[in-house]
Ligand binder design. Sequence first.
Ligand SMILES: CC(C)(COP(=O)(O)OP(=O)(O)OC[C@H]1O[C@@H](n2cnc3c(N)ncnc32)[C@H](O)[C@@H]1OP(=O)(O)O)[C@@H](O)C(=O)NCCC(=O)NCCS
Length: 228
Amino acid sequence: VSRSARDVQVWWAGLDHAPDLMDEIERERHAALRREFDRRRFAIGSALLRITAGAELGRDPRSIELDRTCPTCGRPHGKPRIGDGGDLEASVSHSGQRVAVALARGAPLGVDVEELATGLDHAALARSVLAGTEHAADIETFLAYWTCKEAVLKATGDGLRVPLTRLTIADPMHGPRLVSWDGRPALANAVALYRLDPGLGYLAALAVLDPAPRAIHQLDAAPLLAAF
Ligand SMILES: CC(C)(COP(=O)(O)OP(=O)(O)OC[C@H]1O[C@@H](n2cnc3c(N)ncnc32)[C@H](O)[C@@H]1OP(=O)(O)O)[C@@H](O)C(=O)NCCC(=O)NCCS
């Protein structure tokens, strides 16, 4: 799919077909998930990551090794790294009926999708998500902030260990930018943010640790998954 090394692929999947391309470690995590819904999303994320990375690297998806070792605790629930993937970087996100896998060369990236859940008390959550200068009048704007911040923290690999309130985002709905990161000032100039189109009822964002604009290609993963 990539026409140039600067292209970024974002693959979107629903939950109807969940091929099993998991390794032993993943199968253990899969079995430990209580809800069938969570198991499906996890299996699809794992399959889609192997299929798309395999296509990019010209290898059989089943031969793609994924290392998700968490730097904090050593358990396999961290940012996925592709074995022998060279400069290929990946990120996975799932929410509701959506699974996203993003791939890029030469720059770490993070993708985050969130379902627009009715009943989410965004005003109450704002305190732990928004920085002092940020304001979300509605739930869409709130989730636009949230997805941008989580995408950045997934790109750096920090995840939610860093409080979301340390990051300040400008124009989260239309032209998101990381304005500042309290404690890591150099990051603001090193990240590019993009809004994605996950479809009605969802918000999603992509962060790439490359300040120069890249071409983002959003693609339907259904035909890829159907082949397995
Ligand atoms: C990463 C994190 C932000 C994901 O949040 P989420 O909105 O619930 O879930 P998403 O579906 O968007 O993302 C999940 C994916 O993020 C990836 N991921 C996990 N930790 C990550 C990290 N530190 N950086 C980047 N990506 C990460 C995984 O690929 C995971 O997919 P998988 O469950 O299929 O393996 C959150 O789980 C987190 O901060 N985890 C690290 C902190 C932690 O759990 N510490 C306690 C134990 S040490």
